[in-house]
Write a new protein. Structure first.
Length: 201
């Protein structure tokens, strides 16, 4: 029973620390020149109102939790990313990635962003999350990131042969994902036609 209470306490402390970290970064990014009411109005403009009092409670650490929608709209309102509110740095320091499990804050941010698997370790140092399972569960995001890189590289090239090679790689990924070749609009860029071996894709 004592162990269960200790575990719950560690979990509660971890959750409070996460919220405090988010609140401190929200306050830092808002700065002294913009009020909590300004941030509240900005959230409302983005379609998800958060009251001034709620923002103040988040910033000073009185809130026990921050919802996912709140995290997203606060990040958008402050022109940052949700991961930067959760893990704002300094990235050379350690942070509790889960209750009683520490990791470098950079590693924590990379895991949160879906870049690679890292859930910290237990007391014996054994990995908690099998890399193969993590890769399978994040494969679609990984493939879309690869598509983005290939299409960006292709758009910067002038050599038709190199472009053709990249177009074939793009098509192969899309075939694996069972999707049509996306336009550049899907990545926030202007559209461009893709040709595979001289034919329109």
């Amino acid at each position: 029973m004592a162990s269960t209470l200790l575990d719950m306490s560690a979990g509660d402390e971890w959750a409070v620390d996460v919220v405090r970290r988010v609140g401190a970064e929200v306050k830092r990014l808002r700065g002294n020149s913009r009020s909590a009411q300004w941030l509240s109005d900005r959230c409302a403009d983005l379609g998800y109102p958060i009251g001034r009092a709620t923002i103040s409670e988040i910033e000073v650490g009185r809130r026990k939790s921050v919802s996912v929608p709140e995290l997203i709209v606060l990040a958008a309102a402050l022109n940052t990313s949700p991961v930067n509110l959760v893990y704002p740095g300094p990235y050379q320091n350690a942070v509790e990635i889960l209750p009683a499990r520490k990791a470098g804050e950079f590693n924590a941010a990379q895991w949160f962003s879906g870049v690679y698997s890292y859930l910290g370790s237990d007391g014996s140092g054994a990995a908690e999350d099998p890399a193969e399972q993590w890769r399978a569960n994040t494969e679609t995001l990984y493939q879309w990131r690869h598509l983005d890189e290939l299409m960006t590289t292709r758009d910067e090239m002038d050599n038709p042969e190199h472009i053709a090679v990249l177009n074939r790689q793009i098509k192969a990924i899309c075939d694996r994902l069972r999707i049509p070749i996306p336009t550049d609009d899907a990545f926030g860029r202007s559209s461009a036609d893709i040709e595979i071996d001289g034919d329109d894709a």
